[in-house]
Design a binder for this molecule. Structure first.
Ligand code: ZN
Length: 368
């Protein structure tokens, strides 16, 4: 542990960023899916800062019951406050809590990193929403009684559905998609908005993120068995449907659908397709934010040829250096090495290390 740490410190020399910590995470038996995602999230700086702040505010809480949020905040604080600049930390409390919380993650089987990320973010949102509700209730009950007696009851009370709360998880990761359907008979457009914390994209051989995003928002015709019920025509009609990013998120998380169910095989197969992901990404299929620019800061990589086994590692950009996190080990890599994780142009290749989840941060400062 000391040797690996000092190697990285030597490599960085006096370029070691002030106040930054590069710690590997111990593996507790196939927990690389968790470690790789945690590293990507740790180097998502606005998210890390929120967690550190959360920890600072809540560390003396009386109702100190563990949940995934407190365990994650505790882990990030532990890493951040290490005296040494490099080393290894055991995310034991977090992993224990994760296994307690969700039986899916309890086995020692190979797990899906994207499933874990999605579960974690949604769980954090739930906890923050519950806390906000509890704080609000407390505020309401502490109001002077005459006021509550004379004033009309708050329509939001009594379990009536209220405006969804925007937590800092949302502020970092949430974007809005709009699903537009145009009736081909009367031309009426029906739009339905949908929030997302990450985008799952279908992939093709020898493609790029930009082309995958284009396919994602391409127009699809609904006809034959699949007609659309138009409210204006009051009947089933042919229609055109398309998905657009209405509001891009601050942190854009893209999940490449590399694990595909193949009916003929009766099982999942890993697609090792070469999908180029640029260091700087321009989103052009958005509504009002015509050209949102993003910079790549983390990649969760799946290593292996099949969906049920293999390994996860992550690439992280921190202070203009690229680092390679493989459980306990942390190494520096060249920026040019990122392209070796695009995938394989041939079906059978000895390179089985493929970019699986991409993390981009918006370069626009105050776009949301
Ligand atoms: Zn119509």
């Amino acid at each position: 542990m000391g040797a690996a740490g000092s190697k990285l410190e030597k490599a960085l020399g006096d370029q070691f960023p002030e106040g930054e910590r590069y710690f590997g995470l111990e593996n507790f038996g196939n927990t690389c899916y968790c470690n790789s995602v945690l590293q990507a999230l740790y180097f998502c700086v606005p998210f890390r800062e929120q967690l550190l702040e959360y920890y600072a505010i809540h560390k003396n809480g009386v109702d100190a019951e563990d949940n995934l949020l407190t365990c994650l905040a505790d882990l990030f604080t532990q890493i951040n406050s290490q005296k040494k600049k490099t080393g290894v930390i055991a995310p034991k409390r977090f992993v224990q809590r994760l296994k307690k919380q969700n039986e899916l993650f309890r086995s020692y089987m190979h797990q899906d990193a994207h499933e874990f990320l999605n579960f974690l973010l949604n769980e954090l949102v739930d906890i923050l929403e519950k806390e906000a509700q509890a704080a609000k209730k407390e505020e309401e009950t502490s109001l002077p009684s005459e006021k509550t007696a004379n004033e009309p009851k708050n329509p939001q009370a009594n379990g009536v559905k209220k405006e969804p709360l925007v937590t800092w998880v949302h502020k970092n990761f949430q974007g809005i998609l709009t699903n537009e359907t145009r009736c081909l008979r009367c031309e009426t457009v029906t739009a339905r908005d949908e929030a997302f914390l990450d985008l799952s994209l279908d992939i093709e051989q020898n493609s790029s993120i930009t082309s995958c995003l284009k396919n994602f928002s391409s127009t699809e015709t609904l006809n034959a068995e699949d007609k659309f019920f138009c409210d204006k025509c009051c009947s089933l009609q042919e229609a055109q449907k398309r998905m657009k990013i209405k509001k891009p998120p601050h942190i854009l998380v893209i999940h490449l659908k590399r694990f595909k169910y193949i009916e003929q095989l009766g099982r999942y197969k890993k697609l090792s397709y070469r999908v180029v992901f640029p260091l700087e990404l321009k989103l052009s299929n958005t509504d009002e934010y015509s050209d949102s620019e993003y910079s790549l800061f983390a990649v969760v990589v799946h290593v292996g040829s099949g969906p049920n086994h293999g390994h996860y590692v992550s690439l992280v950009k921190s202070h203009n250096h690229w680092l390679f996190f493989d459980d306990e080990n942390v190494d520096m890599i060249d920026e040019s090495a990122v392209q070796t994780f695009f995938g394989s142009a041939q079906e059978y290749s000895s390179n089985t290390d493929h970019g699986y989840i991409l993390f981009y941060e918006s370069l626009g400062a105050n776009k949301s």
